[in-house]
Design a protein around this ligand. Structure first.
Ligand code: IMP
Ligand code: MG
Length: 180
């Protein structure tokens, strides 16, 4: 697995510090509000777990699965819900927790879909952002790190379902995903 990785992009220490900083900010911003933290499966789970444990106000945890890359590295712009929320978000303040925002297509579609359920508000918190690849006007409200246009794996993020369990964020060697 290690031989597929080009270099370490974000260390454990930086990830830990960022989850703490974002969690504390969210705790202040949502003080006294009913917060639902929605994780996008499966990529966001590791970041979600770190973030949630740094939020000190009560919250509801829920998860949603949507199609995005499904094996390749290029999104086709269509998004489908594979696993819906368990919880009714009407009237609640929602934060969608995402591993990485790339073109922004997945999240803008997801946000529109969830808006139809009449939450009090919806914001986005992502661990990583690749702003140079954006194809929508979506801007995360809380963001861990802006990264260059490289393919990142680890800390929940995969290529073809591999590498999610790496504890830090690495850049995948281009030859791993370019010639398959
Ligand atoms: P978007 O719709 O193009 O913004 O795609 C977002 C989704 O694509 C993310 O939630 C990831 O699942 C996946 N993705 C985009 N870039 C990367 C990457 O560098 N590594 C791993 N997954 C990625
Ligand atoms: Mg994702």
């Amino acid at each position: 697995m290690k031989s597929d990785l080009a270099y370490l992009l974000i260390s454990k220490e930086k990830l830990r510090a960022k989850a703490k900083q974002l969690g504390e900010k969210i705790s202040k911003d949502y003080e006294g509000k009913e917060l639902v933290l929605i994780g996008t499966l499966k990529g966001a789970i590791v970041f979600y777990a770190d973030l949630a444990r740094n939020i000190s106000i009560p919250l509801v945890m829920d998860f949603i699965a949507v199609t995005s890359y499904g094996g390749s590295t290029v999104t086709n712009g269509t998004v489908r819900i594979l696993k819906d929320l368990d919880y009714d978000i009407e009237g609640k303040h929602v934060i969608i927790v995402e591993d990485i925002v790339d073109t922004g297509l997945t999240l803008s579609h997801l946000k529109e879909t969830l808006m139809l359920r009449k939450p009090a508000s919806i914001k986005i918190c992502c661990c990583l952002d690749k702003p140079s690849r954006r194809r929508t006007n979506l801007k995360p409200d809380y963001c861990g790190f802006e990264i260059p246009d490289e393919f990142a794996v680890g800390y929940g993020m995969d290529y073809n379902e591999k590498y999610r369990n790496l504890p830090e964020v690495y850049v995948l060697k281009p030859e791993i995903y370019m010639y398959k």
